[in-house]
Design a binder for this molecule. Structure first.
Ligand SMILES: Cc1ncc(COP(=O)(O)O)c(C=O)c1O
Length: 455
């Protein structure tokens, strides 16, 4: 099995997070790659590169896996939310709503995208460790549930919610003090975290909220990190949360929602071995059930908010290969027409990816190359030392599993325009993100009058 032949890997239709490529990946009679029934080299020619692809079938299959597993393993009510920070767009908002998901947002922009994409306010949850008044007001006015993260949130909301107005629907986020093995930057549940209240302050905060007529505490929230392959931390989380739920109810809050966050990892490279969506849900559902049962608690509504494991595998990026530089006995750099602006994860988290050539996915592995981006930064490397058939300028490189935290974390570094994006299904492709034009990069620039006079 080669690191560049993704679709031979674990092909479980109902757990796409364990695939190395979208579940519709196939090759035609000429050995060329297709996703969603569309020939990748045709898509590159039609829409240009870099190009973000979204495979509708894979995204829907991931949603289905979460929904089915929640129904199967949790005896109480449940609601999955999509963590839209992973990839926020109108089309994804529409799609996840049609699959029965709610959504979590971290800004007015993400809330607006969700609302315009058809997600109703009462199915949106607002997170954030430093929400602005504008974001809080927007959330309150649109019936969004606000996750209070710190005293600042409480303080601001107290002054924002009108005295005679409907109380704000709140969740309370706390730091559960659980360590898990993932990259330091994406761990959030341990004590040294900027997110959430410390567990030891919980009782005081819950008592304060009980005496606040503007607040209606409907849920508790914790999230332990992202790209997690272990199941034990999620089991541990369930008992910490059940204990918090008990305390909240004893203090008199009619808390009905327990939001266990997201965090399930996906397979980026062959050696990654994440649990399936089904196993993840099963573990959490059983643990929450057990933890509540032991404490004689009525089952809460179980909420989870996956991001990466919903959209990650559904996304693929196409690049055009350009220049090449061979340094004898050291390395051969093959450069593509995108890089850290459309995918900042390798330079930020040293993330690994799997790639192949669109028209030669099964070609012999003739050389080891490093795929470099086009940015003026030595660290702008998308894949280091991967085996590929010999490529030439103009060939299309396919990088898999780019659906999460690529587009949403992209930038215009070096004033590179944002790529276009298309959604694929049954051999049809539809534009969902227009390619930005260089002229548009100047749209926020202002040259003050006194500079215009200067020759
Ligand atoms: C509060 C919260 N919920 C959900 C998620 C989604 O996590 P993931 O994409 O790993 O499922 C994140 C991301 O880190 C998060 O911070």
């Amino acid at each position: 099995m080669s690191d560049c032949i993704p679709y031979e890997s674990d092909q479980d239709l109902f757990n796409p997070n364990r695939n190395l490529s979208p579940i519709t990946t196939e090759v035609d009679g000429l050995g060329r790659l297709l996703i969603g029934g569309c020939l990748l080299s045709d898509l590159a020619a039609r829409y240009g590169t870099p190009l973000y692809l979204l495979d509708e079938v894979t995204l829907r299959a991931s949603c289905f896996a979460y929904k089915k597993a929640l129904e199967k393993y949790y005896p109480g009510p449940s609601m999955p939310l999509y963590a839209s920070k992973a990839n926020s767009s109108l089309v994804i908002s529409k799609l996840i709503t049609s699959e029965g998901f709610g959504l979590d947002a971290v800004s007015e922009g993400e809330m607006l995208t969700a609302l315009r994409g058809g997600v109703s306010g009462d199915r949106i949850v607002l997170h954030g460790n430093n929400k602005s008044d504008q974001e809080l007001i927007f959330a309150y006015e649109n019936g969004v549930t606000i996750v209070i993260d710190n005293q600042h949130d409480i303080h601001r909301l107290r002054s924002i919610i009108p005295r005679e107005g409907t109380p704000a629907r709140l969740m309370l986020r706390f730091t559960p003090g659980i360590e898990c093995h993932t990259h330091e930057y994406i761990r959030t549940g341990h004590l040294d975290s900027k997110f959430g209240f410390d567990l030891e302050h919980l009782e005081k905060i819950l008592t304060e909220l009980k005496n606040s007529s503007w607040a209606r505490l409907s849920g508790l929230h914790a999230h332990i990190g992202s790209q997690i392959f272990e199941l034990q931390p999620h089991k541990d989380l369930a008992s910490v949360m059940a204990e918090a739920l008990k305390l909240a109810r004893e203090i008199g809050h009619p808390v009905e929602d327990l939001n266990v966050g997201g965090g399930l990892g996906i397979r980026y490279v062959e050696s990654d071995d994440p649990p399936s969506i089904e196993n993840w849900v099963k573990t959490i559902a059983n643990a929450v059930y057990e933890a509540c049962n032991t404490r004689n608690l009525d089952l809460p509504r179980l909420i989870c908010e996956p991001g990466r494991s919903l959209v990650g595998t559904a996304g693929t990026t196409l690049y055009k290969i350009g220049s090449r530089k061979s340094i004898p006995n050291i390395r051969t750099y093959v450069s593509v027409d995108g890089g850290m602006s459309d995918n900042p994860r390798p330079i930020t988290y040293q993330s690994l990816y799997t790639a192949c050539l669109a028209d030669k996915p099964f070609g012999p592995k003739e050389e080891i190359v490093t795929i470099a981006g086009k940015h003026c930064e030595s660290g702008d490397v998308l894949l280091k030392d991967i085996s590929l058939p010999v490529s030439k300028s103009g060939d299309i490189l396919v990088v898999f599993s780019t659906g999460a935290y690529n587009n949403s974390m992209s930038s215009n570094y070096n004033r590179i325009p944002s790529p276009a994006g298309v959604i694929l299904k049954d051999g049809e492709s539809d534009l969902v993100q227009r390619r930005e034009q260089p002229e548009e990069l100047l749209r926020y620039d202002i040259l003050p009058a006194r500079f215009i006079k200067v020759i």
